[in-house]
Ligand binder design. Sequence first.
Ligand SMILES: NC(=O)c1ccc[n+]([C@@H]2O[C@H](COP(=O)([O-])OP(=O)(O)OC[C@H]3O[C@@H](n4cnc5c(N)ncnc54)[C@H](O)[C@@H]3O)[C@@H](O)[C@H]2O)c1
Length: 329
Amino acid sequence: MAKRILITGAAGFLGSHLCDRFIKDGYDVIAMDNLITGDVKNIQHLFKLDNFEFFHHDITKFIHVPGQLDYILHFASPASPIDYLKIPIQTLKVGSVGTLHCLGLAKEKNARILIASTSEVYGDPQVHPQSEEYYGNVNTIGPRGVYDEAKRFQESITMAYHRFHGLETRIARIFNTYGPRMRLNDGRVIPAFIGQALRGEDLTIFGDGLQTRSFCFVDDQIEGIHRLLLSDYSDPVNIGNPDEITIKDFAQEILMLTGTNQKIVYQRLPEDDPLKRQPDISRAKKVLGWEPKISRSQGMKITYDYFKNLSPEELEKSEHKDFSNHIRR
Ligand SMILES: NC(=O)c1ccc[n+]([C@@H]2O[C@H](COP(=O)([O-])OP(=O)(O)OC[C@H]3O[C@@H](n4cnc5c(N)ncnc54)[C@H](O)[C@@H]3O)[C@@H](O)[C@H]2O)c1
């Protein structure tokens, strides 16, 4: 009998790629999303399949899924600074109450659960590169605290369910990932640069551009998550690409890739923006036999081609999102 997997945040960037992967592997996939930052267009190609179901549901409300469940991938959460700064309370709720609901469901069904944590649990790190042993440097009350602390709580409660209830849990500490289906306006570096390049605007760098990032292509990320889910390892595992680059050099790479001759302009660095980001992936190599395979130039070409080939309507849709219904005044 096919294994059944619930994927929360399924209409989002990573969630939709996970749906594709587990459908391809022959699983029955139950997708759940409230569409607050995701879009059904990311998964609508799966709607015709018998082994795919979609529940339009907010996981901060009680979750019920009929029948057996073997696995849960908990990916629901706003993930980009623009999103979580606009919807801070929902971000805290989905990381806390939403995670509690997912863990409760996993316990009820005796299912294994993997939660999507983040490199943001390391905050603005004082060790470099970041290994899983580093406890982080997070400002609890800064604007980004709503995301970072929600994710730290998510890890704590997951370990508590593991230790107290013997639940099979997995924790992926995901570092910056990019690829097709990102939203152009989500405030992250890669879509921001690509969007500006496509619109013929100058590329904006926040700060002096000497801050670093390490970007992982989505196919590598999905493979890492897949291996972690099927492993027997319950401590957190960093999944990301250690190939580090300054934002300034990356902006130059984008200009080369797009063949455009825009300028680079500089603006003030936002509060608590981490200055360095690079995963230490020794643990992933050892316990999962995993490391990224796709170079930045290969991955960026695929990503740029995806956005370049979107119709003007799709591009427009990927740029605008109206949060007015979700913001408490
Ligand atoms: N993309 C990255 O580089 C990255 C890095 C670190 C961690 N992560 C984590 O991976 C997960 C997915 O990130 P993403 O980049 O795909 O973001 P995304 O915004 O594209 O996807 C998140 C999905 O969760 C859904 N969602 C949010 N709140 C919900 C709720 N209460 N109920 C049901 N659905 C809800 C959204 O509608 C969206 O479809 C997040 O948990 C994020 O923290 C992503």
